[in-house]
Structure formats: structure tokens, C-alpha cells
Design a binder for this molecule. Structure first.
Ligand code: GLN
Length: 571
């Protein structure tokens, strides 16, 4: 029988419930158990696909095309639990389903109510992950205990234990134990209050995980336990990690969490296998190189807007024993200050996905700078579309080349809508979404990174490379490195004459794991390390005597420029 763990959060939001839940999933998997992960979000949007990255951070896309909460990205990086549309539910989705059933007359004349109809719908969403091959389902309840929105979910998980037996359920509550400098003390009262609220609903947490900036003494843990009705050994400290989130599971093991869960749920678990994870922490802590990568995007001020990209860059760093310093650069700043000042010192430039015209010209300038200077460049989704626009304008010479997303009547629509997207009026869930296969061109940079010609990657976009321009791109040195299996859609483009210039229509960042860095991120970071090494070697060489021909029309040195760059500058 499948057992259930429910993770709730109290005191404040942004405590890292997603990371903690992912860490718990990972530890159970590494004790030989089969785990499924699930997030429930109490907002009314049917999915986060229609939400602004400023509000909600990244939208994480699954193989099956569902647009989900970014916590599922943590689940994917920490565990091997398969994620499907049943892994993320929102209030909007639950209500939509109940209301649709009501319209179909499925409630046979009953008054449709929060209890039992909404709570039944929630319970059935949770049970969907049960299975003969599943030992544990971990359900993370979004929001904070006490929020009006999360009430039906808490009520549903309370009932859940009634339905399947308390011995098959475990309630884990994540709280904050703040340190008050003025008093010189850790304060346990907010935790007491938040557990108090849970108990009012009828949920007695079995385990408390306490986020704290200072270690909790046994006395402090005993005090929390006493007031919250939890044994002291089930009060677990989770101290802030200023180094890496990948240390969270290790510290939870050090405080005995995996053993506690296994014991409380009576699970038949094996020995904990953490060697590869400890190895990756060791690599992170002992880098041999340090590189800086500029991520030039529109939502750069939001920490979570490109979450999976930042993580995947770190994974690329793990592959090359390199510490990756990420510079989040707002593309509008590139427009104001020019790329020279912002990008001269970086070892790689990445332009991520996005929507809308604001900041596009800054992205185009950043791409041109990277292309001309031979700086490793990685374009993702909108980043690839911008790379195509930049190349069309500045190398092929197609004036006014653009995407029809930004200029419907542009003279050269190098990026445009496919016919099946033209008639769509509804916004939610209507893009080209989810995993699609692609075939790579042998010996291309992309194929060399992947080490295979057949790949599958996740998409989230409406616009595509316009095939009418394929030949002109090829004639000027931009190679199509990958297409859909029937050859009709361009999925990867790149410059063979550049040290590393690859742009992809899909989102490789969603599939990267710290223990299995994505091949393109590993390739990109590897190229950035090479650039850093060769630049350091340059610096130690005696300076060449400058000849008159060394300047170019931008007044920059042409040293290090690739043939493509030189061609461009000579145009
Ligand atoms: N806005 C572009 C499109 O819809 C790119 C989307 C993205 O970068 N995810 O095609």
C-alpha cells in the first residue's frame, strides 16, 4: 500500500518547502524506495502558464506539456520521480473540474459544496499517484498555514488520514525559528502559533522541520516539541545554506530525518546511498576554475524567473569543476549602456526564453557582441529566435528582419507563427508544449555535446524559425544543427566557425540534474572555461606590438574574433 507524506509550511512563505520536499523525496529514493512527488497550489489560476514571471517565477514544463510550478523543477533535479500533469494541482483546476461535473449533472441534484465535493476532488487528485509500484507519495501544500486559500487542502489532507489510516500518513510541517539579534535569542513562538493553527484544523504534525539561521540546541528543540506536542527527536533543524541548496539533503540526513520517516511510516527501506551526491558537493566546494556567465534576459531582477537555467549552469560547472558566477543582466540595461561595458569581461553569454518586445534590442546587441567577439553563446527559445533575427539583420543583411511576435508586417519574418497557431485565441495551454523528438546533424556542435543524434526536449513557444530563410542562413554560415524528425521544424541553429555558438528552440534547462548535467549546458560551460583559460594565457604572454591594421570600425581590437566575426565586421 502506498504511504503518504504531506508537507505544509508555517510562519512565513518562501521557506523553501519545495526544496525540503524534494530533499525528502531524494533521501527516500536513495534508500531504495519508489517515490512520487506532487505540489498543490492554492491559487485560482488553472495553471501557472498564464502568470507573469515577476509574480510567480519560472513556469516549469513537463514532458506531457503541462505548465507547472517551479517547485517541480526542484523535484526533477533532486529525484527521479516521474512528473506528469497529476504532479501539480491548483485551486483553479480543482474547482474547474467540480464545476464541469456539476454542469454535466454528475452530482444528481445535490448541493455542491466545499466539503465534501471540493475536498473529495482534492483527495482523488492525491490518490491518483498511488500505485502498486509506489512506496511513498509526497504532497507539498503550497502557501502558509492560516491562509484562507489553503483551508480546503488542509481539510482534505486531514480527512485523508481518516480514509487510509493515520499509520499510513505522515504530516511534516516546515516552520521558521527566527533569531532576534536584540534579544540574542532564537524565537519559538511563531512555530508554536503555526502548529496551533494546524491543530485547530485537526492536524497534529508528526515532524517539525525548523528553518533557522543558527543551530538549535537540544533544549530549544525540546521546548518547541513540548509546546507543539512533538517528540524532541522529531524536531529537526534545517539551517540556512549559504553555499548550495544541494547541501540541504545532506544536512537533513545528519539530523536523522530519513531514518525518522522510515521508522514512523514503517517503510522497508535499504541503506542510504549518497556517494555521488557527496561527490558533487565536493566538486562544488573545490572548483578548479572560475568563470562568469552573463544571462541577458528581461526578468533578470527576479531571482526565480530563470531558475532552471541558473541551476543548469551550475550543473555545467559541476561537470567541469568550475565555479560559475552568474551575472543577471537586464536586457534593457544593455540597450542603455551598450554591451561593451557589461559583457567585455564575461566568458559566456546566455539569452533565455521570454515573451513580448520589451528588451529585445538589448538581447540582439548582446548576441551580436558575443558572435563578433567569439564569446561562447547559448540561446534558448526566445534566445534562439533573437539569434536568428540578429544574424539575418547583421550578417545576411536583411533589413527589418524580425519575429512576427513583435512586428506583424516586418519585411523579413525570419521567425513566424505556424498555421496551427494562427487561429488560436485562448491563451492558457495553447502553445507548442512538452517533449518533442529532434534529430541532430552529425558532427555539429550540438551533436558532439549530446553524443547522440536522437534527442527529446521540452518546448514552450508559439513562434518558429521560418523555413523560407533556411538557405540564406546556410549560405552565410549559420548551420541548422537539428530539426524535427520530419525535417519541417528548425530546432537547433549554430555557427560552426565560432568557438561555441548554439541556439535551441526548446528548453534544455528543464532536464538538467546536478548528478547528470545537461550536455548542452556542460558544452557551453566547457567552452567558457576554455575561453577563460586562453585569456589567462594571453595575459601572461608579452604584449604584441600593435600594427595599424589591428583596429576595426568599432574601434575594438579584432584579437580573438572568429572568421564569422571578421566577415561581419568587414561587411
Ligand atoms: N515568445 C516566443 C514564442 O512564443 C518564445 C517563447 C519562449 O522563449 N519560451 O515563440
Amino acid at each position: 500500500m502506498t504511504k503518504h507524506i504531506f508537507v505544509t509550511g508555517g510562519v512565513v512563505s518562501s521557506l523553501g518547502k519545495g526544496l525540503t520536499s524534494a530533499s525528502i523525496g531524494m533521501l527516500l529514493e536513495r534508500r531504495g524506495l519508489s517515490v512520487r512527488m506532487q505540489k498543490i497550489d492554492p491559487y485560482l489560476n488553472v495553471d501557472p502558464g498564464t502568470m507573469s514571471p515577476y509574480q510567480h517565477g519560472e513556469v516549469y514544463v513537463l514532458d506531457d506539456g503541462s505548465e507547472t510550478d517551479l517547485d517541480l523543477g526542484h523535484y526533477q533535479r533532486f529525484t527521479n520521480s516521474p512528473l506528469t500533469r497529476d504532479s501539480n494541482y491548483t485551486t483553479g483546476q480543482i474547482y474547474l473540474s467540480v464545476i464541469n461535473k456539476e454542469r454535466r449533472g454528475e452530482f444528481l441534484g445535490q448541493t455542491v459544496q466545499v466539503i465534501p465535493h471540493i475536498t473529495n476532488e482534492i483527495k482523488s487528485a492525491i490518490s491518483k499517484l498511488d500505485g502498486e509500484d509506489v512506496d511513498v507519495v509526497i504532497t507539498e501544500i503550497g502557501g502558509t498555514v492560516g491562509d484562507i486559500e489553503s483551508q480546503p487542502f488542509l481539510e482534505a489532507i486531514r480527512q485523508f488520514a481518516l480514509d487510509i489510516g493515520k499509520e499510513n500518513c505522515l504530516y511534516i510541517h516546515l516552520t521558521l525559528v527566527p533569531y532576534l539579534k536584540a534579544a540574542g535569542e532564537l524565537k519559538t513562538k511563531p512555530t508554536q502559533h503555526s502548529v496551533g493553527q494546524l491543530r485547530q484544523i485537526g492536524i497534529q504534525p508528526d515532524i517539525l522541520i525548523c528553518r533557522t539561521e543558527r543551530s538549535l540546541s537540544r533544549d530549544e528543540r525540546a521546548k518547541i516539541g513540548l509546546f507543539c506536542n512533538v517528540p524532541v527527536d522529531a524536531v529537526i533543524e534545517e539551517k540556512d545554506k549559504d553555499f548550495s541548496v544541494y547541501e540541504v539533503p545532506i544536512s537533513l540526513v545528519d539530523h536523522g530525518l530519513d531514518e525518522l520517516i522510515v521508522r514512523k511510516l514503517g517503510l522497508k527501506a535499504g541503506k542510504l546511498m549518497l556517494d555521488d551526491w557527496r561527490d558533487l558537493i565536493h566538486r562544488l566546494r573545490n572548483p578548479e576554475h572560475e568563470i562568469s556567465i552573463a544571462v541577458v534576459g528581461k526578468y533578470s531582477e527576479h531571482r526565480d524567473a530563470y531558475k532552471s537555467i541558473y541551476e543548469a549552469l551550475d550543473h555545467g560547472g559541476i561537470a567541469h569543476k568550475a565555479q560559475v558566477r552568474i551575472q543577471r543582466i537586464h536586457s534593457e540595461l544593455v540597450e542603455q549602456e551598450g554591451p561593451e561595458r557589461l559583457l567585455s569581461g564575461v566568458d559566456g553569454v546566455l539569452v533565455p526564453g521570454g515573451f513580448g518586445e520589451r528588451g529585445i534590442s538589448g538581447k540582439l546587441e548582446a548576441i551580436r557582441f558575443a558572435r563578433v567577439r567569439g564569446i561562447p553563446f547559448f540561446g534558448i527559445c526566445l534566445g534562439m529566435q533573437c539569434a536568428a533575427i540578429e544574424f539575418a539583420r547583421n550578417v545576411i543583411g536583411l533589413e527589418g528582419a524580425h519575429s512576427t511576435e513583435f512586428d506583424k508586417n516586418c519585411p523579413h519574418p525570419v521567425i513566424c507563427l505556424l498555421d496551427e497557431q494562427r487561429s488560436i485565441t485562448q491563451m492558457g495551454g495553447t502553445m507548442r508544449l512538452g517533449a518533442h523528438p529532434a534529430v541532430l546533424v552529425p558532427d555539429s556542435t550540438a551533436a558532439r555535446c549530446y553524443g547522440t543524434l536522437h534527442i527529446s526536449e521540452r518546448h514552450r513557444h508559439r513562434y518558429e524559425f521560418n523555413n523560407a530563410y533556411r538557405e540564406q542562413f546556410a549560405a552565410h554560415g549559420m548551420q541548422v544543427m537539428g530539426t524535427s524528425p520530419d525535417g519541417s521544424l528548425v530546432e537547433v541553429i549554430g555557427l560552426p566557425s565560432h568557438p561555441w555558438f548554439v541556439a535551441v528552440q526548446f528548453h534544455p534547462e528543464f532536464k538538467s540534474q546536478p548528478t547528470r548535467p545537461h550536455p548542452l549546458f556542460a558544452g557551453f560551460v566547457g567552452a567558457a572555461v576554455q575561453r577563460r583559460l586562453s585569456r589567462s594565457a594571453e595575459k601572461t604572454k608579452p604584449l604584441p606590438v600593435a600594427s595599424q591594421g589591428d583596429g576595426n570600425r568599432d574601434g575594438r581590437s579584432s584579437q580573438g574574433a572568429t572568421p564569422t566575426a571578421q566577415e561581419d565586421l568587414a561587411r
